[in-house]
Each structure stands twice: as structure tokens, then as C-alpha cells.
Design a protein around this ligand. Structure first.
Ligand SMILES: Nc1ncnc2c1ncn2[C@@H]1O[C@H](COP(=O)(O)OP(=O)(O)OP(=O)(O)O)[C@@H](O)[C@H]1O
Ligand SMILES: [Mg+2]
Length: 324
């Protein structure tokens, strides 16, 4: 089972939209796919038409059970489409990050999800984990359970401004895993017709180098509509350009597998570089924006190293801070 955490502590950058539709597109290709909702907001259930009031047991109960997942972990799964199962969240998940009780009481508190997924691994080919917009224990569990992380970054000015810090924070968390975690940037909510958005897309590539995917998820009204109707884009509008974006994302991920990082050491792994030229700023407005961003604390003028996604182990325990 190949496990991808969709992670960014910034709210509203497209994590859930990416998670739902990536998972649905994999399933539509005939791949057995598990979608795990690690966000107490339960947006995966809402976006897939699962009525929240009918979710009796979810990921929170499974993580706290002994053994993890309980006697039959598959019983919490919802069949939302052919080949697609959802491990739903409920608001109870929010309590798991409390300083006392919840996960904090477990000795293996940051490895509970990894252990749960180990029990389900032989039933699935892919697992997509939707993370909350926080950098606490739930996100850390997702990173520990993942083979790789995908970071949706909007191609908007304010979003890009914060992207360096977001990625640095995720890298810092991943460094505490004690193993490598390939981390890739997925440009989202992209508007290729807007000059500024294209320039910002180029700036993301320049800043994050080889970790930036050559495919992006454009802004599509149909993705908002699909969520509103409780359907993945594969069902709501299978012939749409939005669906095509996800087909391309799947094709790229399939063509660029990562080594199995769980159990491997950081030094033995590196992210496969993306073969593409890195464009320059193409307009005076973009040059001005970049200059302002560089002046802003924390934005480096230097391009990132292409191996920046390989972390070194650190001794400290997982962080449990608040939302960015
Ligand atoms: N590519 C897209 N095109 C159009 N709308 C989008 C796209 N991606 C996301 N959206 C919309 O933007 C809003 C935020 O998206 P989403 O819920 O996926 O973000 P998120 O990162 O999961 O948010 P949160 O941090 O609150 O969990 C939603 O209304 C969603 O429908
Ligand atoms: Mg979300």
C-alpha cells in the first residue's frame, strides 16, 4: 500500500479537495483506495455524501482502541464508490490532541495511525490521508504513517508568501520521524489564464525546486459544485477539465514512485527530481512581488536545494502546537 499524506497547516489551500478527488481518481482506475480523514471537521464525509449523523465509529475510536482499530478495523470503513473506502472522522477526533487523555495517554501516541494502517494494508493499493490545518499530534500521526507527503500550495500572492514557512514547518515535523519523508509541492487553485498566477506558479517552482510537481490542480467551479453535491469529480463531471487534472496527477504519481521510506534511514533516500526547466519571473509586476517577498522575513532569494526533502533524525518528541 502506497500512503500519501496531504498536508499543509494553512487552511483552505485544497487539502480535502485534493484528497477526495485524488482518492476517487485512483479508485476509478481500478486501484483499491483508502481515504483517511484525520481532520475533526469531517469534510471528507461531507464531500462524499456520507451523512455525519450516521457515522457511529470513526478514526478517533479506531486510534484509541486496544488493539488499535479494535477487533475488526474494517468495520469503520464506508464504501463510498467502487474501490474507494473512507475512514471517516468525527468531532471526537479533536479531543485526541488534548494534553491529557486521548492520544497523549498512549505510549505510542504518534504511531497509532501507522499501526492502524498496517492492519488494513493488505486490503488496499493506495492510501490518501487528509490532514487538518494544524501541526499537532494528528498531523504528526499522518506523517509517521505516510511514505510521502504532498503539500498543496495555492498559486496566489498571499499563499506563496507563506509557502516557504509552511514547507519549512512540515520539514521540521518530518525531521522528527527519524527517517526520510519525500515531500512534494502540488500547485493548487491555479488559474493558468491569470498572468500573476502563472508567474507565482513559476516562483513556487523556483523556490521549491525539484520538489514541485509539473502538474497542478487548476481552479475549477466544478470541484466546488461536486463537493456541494457530495460527489467526487469522477462521478459529478467525469469529462471535465477538473477530472483531467486529477488524472494527470495520478499519472505523474504512478510514474514517479517513491522508495519505501517507512523503516528506511534518511541518508539512504532522496526525492526523484522532476525533469523540467525552472522559468524566471516574466513580468515587472512579478519582479516587484518577488522583491517584496524577499524583503519579508523568512523568504529567501536563493533557490532551495533539490534534496531539501530529505530530513535528518532528531531526538525531540512530536510537537503539539496550534494552527498556523
Ligand atoms: N481546485 C479548486 N478549484 C475550485 N475550488 C477549490 C479548489 N480546491 C479547493 N477549492 C475550494 O476551496 C475551499 C477550500 O478547499 P478545501 O476544503 O479542499 O481546503 P482545505 O485545505 O482542506 O481546508 P481546511 O484547511 O479547512 O481543511 C473549498 O470551498 C473548496 O471547494
Ligand atoms: Mg480540509
Amino acid at each position: 500500500m502506497r500512503t500519501i499524506a496531504i498536508v499543509n497547516q494553512k487552511g483552505g489551500c485544497g487539502k480535502t479537495t485534493t484528497s477526495i478527488n485524488l482518492a476517487a481518481t485512483l479508485a476509478a482506475r481500478g486501484l483499491r483506495t483508502l481515504l483517511v480523514d484525520m481532520d475533526p471537521q469531517s469534510h471528507c464525509a461531507a464531500g462524499l455524501g456520507v451523512p455525519e449523523d450516521r457515522i457511529e465509529t470513526g478514526i478517533a475510536e479506531a486510534l484509541l482502541a486496544e488493539p488499535v482499530g479494535g477487533e475488526q478495523p474494517e468495520r469503520m470503513l464506508w464504501e463510498v464508490a467502487k474501490n474507494l473506502r473512507l475512514a471517516p472522522s468525527t468531532v471526537a477526533l479533536a479531543g485526541l490532541e488534548a494534553a491529557r487523555g486521548g492520544l497523549a495517554a498512549c505510549v505510542d501516541r504518534d504511531a497509532r495511525l501507522a499501526k492502524l494502517l498496517d492492519r488494513l494494508a493488505d486490503r488496499f493499493d493506495w492510501c490518501i490521508i487528509d490532514c487538518p490545518p494544524t501541526i499537532g499530534l494528528l498531523t504528526f500521526n499522518a506523517l509517521r504513517a505516510a511514505d510521502e507527503a504532498l503539500v498543496p500550495v495555492e498559486t496566489g500572492y498571499f499563499a506563496l508568501k507563506g509557502s516557504e514557512r509552511q514547507v519549512a514547518t512540515i520539514e521540521a515535523m518530518a525531521a522528527r520521524l527519524g527517517r526520510a519523508l519525500p515531500l512534494r509541492i502540488l500547485p493548487t487553485l491555479h488559474r493558468p489564464d491569470a498572468k500573476l498566477a502563472s508567474d507565482l506558479h513559476a516562483a513556487i517552482q523556483r523556490r521549491h525546486g525539484a520538489a514541485t510537481l509539473p502538474v497542478s490542480i487548476r481552479e475549477h467551479e466544478s470541484l466546488r459544485e461536486a463537493a456541494g453535491f457530495g460527489q467526487p469529480i469522477t462521478e459529478y463531471a467525469p469529462a471535465s477539465e477538473a477530472c483531467q487534472d486529477f488524472v494527470q496527477l495520478v499519472a505523474w504519481l504512478e510514474a514517479n514512485p517513491v522508495a519505501n521510506t517507512r523503516g528506511a534511514t534518511a541518508a539512504s533516500l532522496a526525492v526523484a527530481p522532476v525533469e523540467q526547466p525552472v522559468p524566471e519571473a516574466t513580468s515587472p509586476r512579478m519582479a516587484d512581488l518577488l522583491a517584496r517577498m524577499r524583503a519579508h522575513a523568512g523568504f529567501s532569494a536563493e533557490p532551495a536545494s533539490t534534496t531539501e526533502t530529505t530530513q535528518q533524525p532528531a531526538a525531540e518528541p512530536a510537537p503539539a502546537e496550534g494552527s498556523a
